[in-house]
Design a protein around this ligand. Structure first.
Ligand SMILES: C[C@](O)(C(=O)O)[C@H](CC(=O)O)C(=O)O
Length: 300
């Protein structure tokens, strides 16, 4: 029997009324491997993290479609049984570009992605001064995504994201999401929510419609800090902790660098922390076993 595609798996999780899908934000093979080892049943590829890890550049719309797709493909295929939701930003151009982005994400093995209404030269959703495209242009992006999914017979989950809250207010942001789901988007994601009351209002607005709500929790922003249980209680179906790996990497690596610079010495970890341990997280045992079998003439 063919393995269930990751997008179907994500859809099954979405259909489970008792489940909240908890996604740590990962941005490279290393953080993805750590999240997989941690037992998460879905992952999120953060565009901000991808931009910083691949380009060394802040989240200001610099990562290209190809860079994003390549990173998503690598992460999605480390363990294809764990669905990956990947950031698709603005879709990287006009409707035909969005269509191509979706086609490439589908063949990359991405289970779901979000598409937003910022201008192509976008910025992180939690920064001030975001500029938006018109409702109609946003809807053309959503339509392009839905059409390409249909054309390719894919089940990929389309998450409509709006960044309209900051400059156009709650009602316009909600209307944009409602319009996007009417066009065929599967999930509603209001970006950069500022109060718990807004969280409740979005969830209430989609209650009973069959449209799940996604929430983006980024530590250190205005967005209310929700635990998984709090998110579940209010009716959120997918919670993404986009900066979950980014922040601790910054903190601990900076500390180790400072120690070397200031004291000429290294950080001390337990004896069990060695290159061997981190190679293990990255599949060393399976790779060596595969190698051994081939070298010993063992055919599977
Ligand atoms: C969700 C997000 O798009 C991402 O790239 O992870 C970012 C998160 C961040 O900047 O930390 C966002 O725009 O909210």
């Amino acid at each position: 029997m063919a393995p269930t595609s990751s997008s179907l798996k994500l859809r099954q999780m979405l259909a489970n009324p008792n489940k909240i899908i908890v996604c740590p934000g990962v941005y490279d093979g290393y953080t993805a491997r750590m999240a997989l080892a941690g037992g998460f049943d879905a992952l999120y590829m953060t565009g901000a993290g991808t931009s910083m890890s691949r380009l060394g550049m802040a989240d200001l719309g610099l990562a290209t479609q190809t860079e994003m797709k390549e990173q998503a493909e690598m992460i999605a295929n480390l363990d294809p049984s764990v669905p990956l939701i990947a950031d698709a930003d603005t879709g990287y151009g006009s409707a035909i570009n969005v269509g191509r982005t979706v086609a490439r994400y589908i063949t990359a093995g991405v289970a779901g992605f979000h598409l937003e209404d910022q201008v192509t030269n976008k910025r992180c959703g939690h920064l001030a001064g975001k500029q938006l495209v018109s409702r109609e242009e946003y809807y053309s992006r959503i339509r392009a995504a839905v059409n390409m999914r249909r054309q390719l017979g894919s089940e990929i989950v389309i998450i409509a994201r709006t960044d309209a809250l900051q400059s156009l207010g709650f009602d316009e942001a909600l209307a944009r999401l409602q319009g996007a789901v009417a066009l065929g988007a599967d999930v509603a994601f209001m970006e950069a929510i500022e109060t718990r009351e807004q969280v409740t209002k979005v969830c209430d607005a989609f209650k009973g419609t069959g449209i799940p709500v996604m929430y983006g929790m980024v530590q250190g922003t205005k967005s209310p800090r929700l635990t998984v249980q709090e998110a579940k209680d209010v009716g959120i179906k997918i919670i993404v902790y986009a900066a979950l790996c980014l922040i601790p990497v910054y903190v601990s690596v900076s500390r180790a660098l400072k120690r070397l610079k200031d004291e000429g010495d290294t950080e001390i970890y337990g004896a069990e922390i060695s290159p061997h341990a981190v190679f293990d997280v990255c599949g060393m045992a399976e790779l060596m076993e595969f190698d051994r079998q081939a070298l010993q003439g063992h055919q599977v």
